[in-house]
Design a protein around this ligand. Structure first.
Ligand SMILES: [Mg+2]
Length: 234
């Protein structure tokens, strides 16, 4: 195995940070002058379309959703809302404890590292300035590709950008969106991160996987043991 492709939310990020999602969206609503509950509902309903780019970038998205909620924000208000929204998104993508050291360790062992994320505009726009970016060789975003998991083209794109055959890639994720089904169809070797140490977080998941991978770890740093003794992957 020469490459490892990660899911993003709940896999590289702190699973507990998912609990902040609602309050950060509602802070954006307050800046827009929209009812927080109504805005949260509209954001949730638009999620499937937002993650395949149908609402465009963050600024356009917030304006469109605000209008759906009956408010047409002026430019100044929209600027403040975008800034607040970006700060909120940054909190939701707080790195999981120890994750950067794990990625550095894997890079030092010459694994090629990829990412497949079902994400809206916020992550794509902020990616280059995150601590993840310099550690991931090939990030693949649903927002940019305009397709979502488990579409096999996302997995094929990640493998191609890494320059590694799918059969030589692990796929590591906390499940949801049938991402492990997608990985095995693609010929990758799936690993489930159970997040057993984060009770109450898994209940937030929509679209759970029915397929349970053979390889399961509770915490991301267990991946190092799962991959076996250090050897030259170059
Ligand atoms: Mg996830």
């Amino acid at each position: 195995m020469r490459a490892i492709i990660f899911d993003f939310f709940g896999t590289l990020t702190d699973p507990s940070a998912e609990l902040l999602r609602k309050e950060t969206i509602q802070a954006t609503a307050a800046e827009l002058g929209v009812s927080p509950e109504r805005f949260w509902t509209a954001m949730a309903a638009s999620f499937p379309d937002r993650i395949v780019g149908a609402y465009g970038g963050t600024r356009d998205t917030l304006r469109t959703i605000a209008r759906q909620c009956g408010t047409d924000p002026d430019d100044e208000r929209l600027d403040r809302a975008v800034a607040t929204h970006r700060k909120g998104a940054e909190r939701v993508r707080t790195p999981r404890r120890g994750v950067l050291a794990v990625l550095d360790h894997l890079r030092a062992r010459n694994f090629r590292l990829g990412l497949i994320s079902d994400c809206s505009s916020e992550l794509f726009e902020a990616w280059p300035e995150t601590a993840y970016a310099p550690r991931i060789d090939a990030p693949v975003f649903s927002w940019q590709e305009r397709i979502r998991k488990p579409d096999p083209r996302l997995y094929a794109t990640a493998a191609a950008r890494l320059g590694v055959p799918a059969a030589e890639c692990w796929f590591v994720g906390d499940g949801g969106s049938r991402e492990h089904d997608g990985a095995r169809w693609a010929g990758m070797r799936p690993v489930l991160v159970t997040n057993a140490g984060y009770p109450g977080v898994g209940g937030l998941r929509t679209d759970p996987d029915s397929y349970l991978p053979e390889h399961r770890i509770d915490e991301l740093d267990e991946l190092i043991r799962l991959l076996g003794p250090s050897h030259d992957n170059g």
